[in-house]
Design a protein around this ligand. Structure first.
Ligand code: PGA
Ligand code: MG
Length: 307
């Protein structure tokens, strides 16, 4: 899928100003746009301050489910950036919304098996759901079918859903027990996001999608993926914040998630080259992805070019 017009590269003050004038709300992806792991990208604070001083509204929409919205405010604070929890949307939160609003599981009764990190379980807990799995230390033990407490004690019949996301403690024990739940046809299968890879400083690492694929393949099931580009995530944000889509711009570093989310959601789009994609891929008309309206070497170029 390709956009009909060629992406415009933001390289001059005029283009940068024209871009800024078109939107009053910016939805920022985080990994690969604002930071790479613990490393803040250049001129991010300056750019966010510039946008705020221009009266723009900022939201942060990340597919990274390892942290809750509350934990993200602390990550922003560690970089000296003040962001309120209600400006943040994560794929872990989107997955919890799916459990509550689409699957309509009963808080306090139905349980969720989490193959992933605390960014999922904390959001579920805020909605009253008990999670199993996740960082349970018994899952750190090497898997042995004769000794695993999850096998010996049997599956919990109250588990009605598996949520799978990025798990940096992934091991055979977690995969094996997750598969046991997925073999129950009545247990729903939810994925936080489809990102195959994940950018860190100087490295491209395996993303949530690559881990989810393992249990999807083993179970022969396809999960409902809740993060970008799922339009439900955008619909939830548009509704919660009463946004005018034509005045919103999605800023991301990945074509098949961020830019698809923006293009299909009828938002403006800006792709930055500090994460996953290359200029060659952005300009490629034969790719199986939508193309952004704008692209730039880095987000900080908006600040650099207009100052
Ligand atoms: O966790 C990921 O795969 C990517 O997170 P992002 O949406 O902030 O880039
Ligand atoms: Mg990203």
């Amino acid at each position: 899928m390709t956009g009909s017009t060629a992406p415009i590269k933001i390289t001059t003050k005029e283009i940068a100003q024209d871009f800024l004038n078109q939107y009053d709300t910016f939805l920022f992806d985080c990994d690969g746009v604002l930071w790479l792991g613990k490393h803040l990208l250049p001129l991010i604070t300056e750019t966010l301050d510039l946008l705020t001083s221009l009266g723009k509204t900022l939201y942060f929409v990340t597919n990274n489910s390892t942290k809750s919205r509350a934990a993200y405010t602390k990550k922003f604070a560690s970089f000296g950036i003040t962001v309120k929890e209600d400006q943040i949307f994560t794929s872990g939160y989107a997955s919890a919304l799916h459990v509550r609003d689409s699957l309509k599981l009963t808080p306090g009764e139905d349980k969720i098996w989490v193959f992933g990190e605390s960014g999922i379980t904390e959001e579920l807990a805020l909605m009253g759901y008990e999670s199993l799995g996740c960082d349970d230390p018994r899952l750190d033990e090497p898997f042995d079918i004769a000794t695993s407490p999850f096998i010996i004690n049997g599956l919990d019949p109250k588990v009605k859903c598996v949520i799978a996301g990025l798990d940096t403690k992934v091991n055979y024990h977690r995969l094996a027990i997750t598969l046991q739940y997925l073999q129950q046809p009545s247990v729903e299968f939810v994925a936080t996001n489809i990102d195959s890879t994940f950018p860190n400083k100087g490295y491209i690492l395996p993303g949530a999608g690559s881990m989810i694929e393992s249990v999807a393949y083993a179970s022969g099931r396809t999960p409902a993926a809740c993060g970008k580009p799922n339009p439900n995530m955008l619909n939830a944000i548009v509704k919660a914040k009463n946004l005018d889509r034509s005045k919103c711009c999605m800023v991301g570093d990945r074509l098949n998630t961020d830019i698809r989310f923006g293009v299909e959601g009828q938002l403006g789009t800006l792709l930055v080259l500090t994460g996953i994609e290359t200029e060659e891929r952005v300009l490629n008309t034969a790719g199986d992805h939508p193309r952004p309206k704008y692209f730039a070497e880095k987000l900080g170029d908006l600040y650099e070019l207009t100052n």
